[in-house]
Design a protein around this ligand. Structure first.
Ligand code: SF4
Length: 222
């Protein structure tokens, strides 16, 4: 190869490499930008009465490029105070369960709830509140595009699976299809495990199943 051809080749390689970096940067900008824009929208939301009594909106937190997205029901008192999901006792248990399967909650997962504002006294979400708020969750799922959703508790499980007539105990423990694209694993809400520690082995089995899924399924560019 003569000197001119070599220089041309090096130029093309450098040019293509540069372009690849630009494309990657552009994609990264898009995901983070879209998620931040959505967050700005949520922080101004008045679509249901829950915004009146909340302290903070709880948009969600974690890695926007995560292969796993956890979905709980709604913020509790600790989450409402801090503006972050799963920071109370249930959150600590979730962090511990993740650690046991080698996942870090900031690095490896994104965590959100069906509702972004706390229902007073931690009561169950009303159908009207789920109807008003769930479009935000659906948009989060579309932007983050995880390989798998993990529903924590029955409200998230029914919303993500579309199967609201089946008891949670029958939905959990297997990888299934969600109604929003990614696969779905249903398990108990960590708060339910704190109330009923006898179920700890079941939630641990579900987390092991998640680990197996992540090891065997090839992530799409993540
Ligand atoms: S719960 Fe959701 S829909 Fe209702 S005010 Fe909060 S962000 Fe808006």
């Amino acid at each position: 190869m003569d000197k001119d051809s070599l220089s041309a080749l090096l130029f093309i390689r450098e040019f293509l490499g540069f372009n690849e970096i630009l494309v990657e940067r552009e994609m990264a900008d898009t995901v983070e930008k879209k998620l931040n824009e959505l967050k700005e929208e949520v922080l101004k939301c008045k679509k249901c009465p829950l915004h009146q009594k909340k302290t903070n909106y709880v948009f969600g937190s974690g890695n926007p490029y995560a292969r796993v997205m956890f979905v709980g029901e709604a913020p509790g008192a600790d989450e409402d105070r801090e503006g972050l999901p799963f920071v109370g006792r249930a959150g600590k248990l979730l962090t511990k369960l993740l650690k046991e399967i080698g996942l870090d909650r900031d690095r490896d997962v994104f965590i959100a709830n069906v509702l972004k504002c706390r229902p007073p006294g931690n009561r169950d979400p009303l159908p009207s509140e789920i109807k008003a708020c769930s479009p935000y969750l659906i948009r989060q799922i579309k932007i983050i595009n995880p390989d798998i959703l993990v529903a924590l508790g029955r409200f998230a499980a029914y919303f993500l699976s579309g199967k609201d007539k089946i008891p949670l105990s029958k939905l959990r423990g297997r990888i299934m299809e969600s109604v929003f694209g990614p696969k779905l694993l249903v398990t108990y809400h960590p708060a339910a495990i704190l109330r009923n520690p006898g179920r700890m082995h079941e939630i641990k089995n579900d987390f092991r199943l998640l680990k197996k899924f992540l090891e065997t399924e090839v992530g799409e560019g993540k």
